[in-house]
Design a protein around this ligand. Structure first.
Ligand code: XMP
Length: 507
């Protein structure tokens, strides 16, 4: 059984980061809402309680029944988690005069404390709290202080309970990872055994048990997540998996053919549906970006639904949903915001059960699993590509002719990035067809043709992004290639906007 650490989520923005840090240590962990501790799961070896936007005194503050695990498992409280424990056991938590936010240094560290092993004297920690613990419960002691916060970390003398007022998961806590490792490995006895190979082995076994001889359908997009999910399922249930790959006519040049070939080489049972005529018909004359998205979203579901219905005995819909998409995040009002699903509405409509084998993985872990499964590198390192495809990169109405122009220009740009060894250094790139014509000259002729913009960004999560600082020589080369080879384009610009305030896509 895969041992795990449970992270109880009290709504802090850094809860996911705690999970991220543990996974980097090859420690398997799961983030669950503060009130969903899995009491009957014998594979849990420790509990971490996260921070929270609440004060323990708030009427709606998230409270956990600590008896579920204290005395049975080692516990680490972080910020609000530490205050919750101290307050519950009779300590004092008070509102600090000023909210303490930013770097601080540990001026006192208890010697030989298990949690603080190898934490350097004066180590920098990251503080972010309004309340502070002013008195510890009986039988608790201080194990670290900063000049301003005397109870920066504590430990119970009786139970395996530790608390830290700072955030070890934050980048600015110098020895934060060490502290999390001390907790997970030395205190909880974690074996750091999570690996892509162990994930594949246990997931394939679970999928076999879960799905038995049932038929499963899965929508492929050409992207990493759905592709890895398909290969994993294929390993578990083989021909009982049917994949559907819809071509809405707005993919990159030759993308449909290339990706279909990749899928077939991987031994997947794939139905490729060319539905471009339907999409072009429905998009005719539409210029509003949101309307384009709606038409494509609905069209996709219609086509997928029609194909899926042909597999009459299908019982499951599989999706490549990954962890950041589906962590149940807690809003301040206490409502649990549930995961989004890629193929909205379909499972209910078709009475299918959902199967999401990657739902506990982060993006880079999905890539590790893909590599371990022997998938080709170009599928694994592929840039993200929006579901509505080139439709959101053609400003104004969409016609097959415009799509073709854009496909040609995009192909020159993307192939160039690969040839110049730049592709893997950027998050995402593409070309935008502008609804602008400009005057140019070719040979002796005056031209009046279209302008395109190149977009390439660096990012870690697409939430923020910077324009990629591509070499001038490369841009000059691409510009020449596009203007010489793509009929209808006589001007190339480079988008130097960051996100925010701009977005990655233009629509
Ligand atoms: P923006 O343009 O919002 O994009 O900065 C952030 C990331 O999301 C992708 N994107 C989409 N993906 N359907 C998708 O599946 C969409 O409608 C959509 N719009 C943007 C975008 O390519 C980038 O990776």
């Amino acid at each position: 059984m895969q041992e795990k650490i449970i992270i109880l989520d009290y709504g802090s923005q850094t809860t996911q980061l705690i999970g991220r840090r543990l996974r980097d240590l090859n420690m398997y962990c799961e983030i669950v809402p503060y009130n969903k501790f899995p009491k009957h799961d014998s594979s849990v070896i420790g509990v971490i309680m996260s921070g929270s936007p609440f004060s323990v005194y708030d009427e709606n503050a998230f409270k956990t029944n600590l008896n579920d695990f204290i005395g049975k498992l080692p516990v680490l409280g972080i910020c609000y988690g530490a205050q919750h424990i101290a307050y519950t056991f009779g300590g004092n938590v008070e509102s600090a005069d000023t909210r303490e936010y930013g770097r601080a240094n540990l001026s006192y560290i208890e010697e030989n404390n298990l949690l603080l092993k190898d934490v350097k004297p004066n180590s920098q920690v990251w503080m972010s709290h309004g309340d502070t613990i002013t008195k510890l419960p009986e039988d608790f002691r201080i194990i670290a202080s900063t000049p301003k916060v005397s109870i920066a970390a504590y430990q119970s003398n009786k139970e395996k309970i530790w608390g830290v007022q700072f955030h070890p998961e934050a980048f600015h806590s110098e020895d934060g990872v060490q502290i999390l490792k001390n907790f997970a490995v030395d205190i909880c006895g974690g074996k750091q055994s999570w690996s892509a190979a162990s994930f594949i082995e246990s997931t394939v076994k679970e999928l076999k048990e879960q799905l038995g001889n049932d038929r499963v359908i899965l929508g492929l997009s050409g992207g990493v997540d759905s592709s890895v999910a398909a290969v994993l399922l294929n390993k578990a249930i083989g021909r009982n998996l049917t994949c559907i790959f819809v071509d809405h006519g707005l993919l990159r040049k030759n993308e449909f053919t290339n990706v279909m070939r990749d899928y077939e080489c991987l031994g997947l049972n794939v139905i490729g549906v060319n539905a471009s005529v339907k999409f072009f018909e429905e998009l005719k004359g539409i210029t509003d970006p949101e309307q384009k998205r709606k038409i494509i979203g609905k069209g996709f579901i219609d086509v997928f639904d029609a194909e899926a219905h042909k597999i009459t005995d299908a019982k499951w819909l599989a999706q490549g949903t990954i962890y950041p998409d589906c962590i149940e995040s807690l809003s301040i009002t206490g409502t649990v915001i549930k995961s989004h699903h890629n193929v909205g509405g379909l499972p209910e409509k078709m009475k299918l059960q959902l199967c999401e084998p990657l739902r506990l993985l982060f993006k880079d872990e999905v890539r590790r699993v893909g590599r371990e499964l022997g998938m080709p590198e170009h599928l694994i390192t592929r840039h993200p590509f929006p579901g509505p495809g080139l439709a959101v990169r053609i400003l104004g109405d969409i016609t097959p002719e415009k799509v073709e122009i854009l496909q040609e220009a995009d192909d020159i740009f993307i192939s160039g990035l690969r040839e110049w060894g730049l592709y893997d250094h950027i998050w995402q790139a593409g070309v935008i067809l502008l609804p602008v014509q400009s005057v140019g000259v070719m040979g002796d002729e005056r031209t009046y043709e279209q302008a395109v913009a190149l977009r390439a960004v660096t990012s870690t999560d697409a939430m923020s992004a910077d324009w990629a600082h591509l070499p001038y020589e490369f841009m000059a080369h691409i510009s020449n290639q596009i203007i010489n080879k793509v009929r209808g384009v006589n001007r190339v610009c480079y988008d130097i906007s960051s996100k925010p305030p701009a977005t990655i896509e233009w629509e």
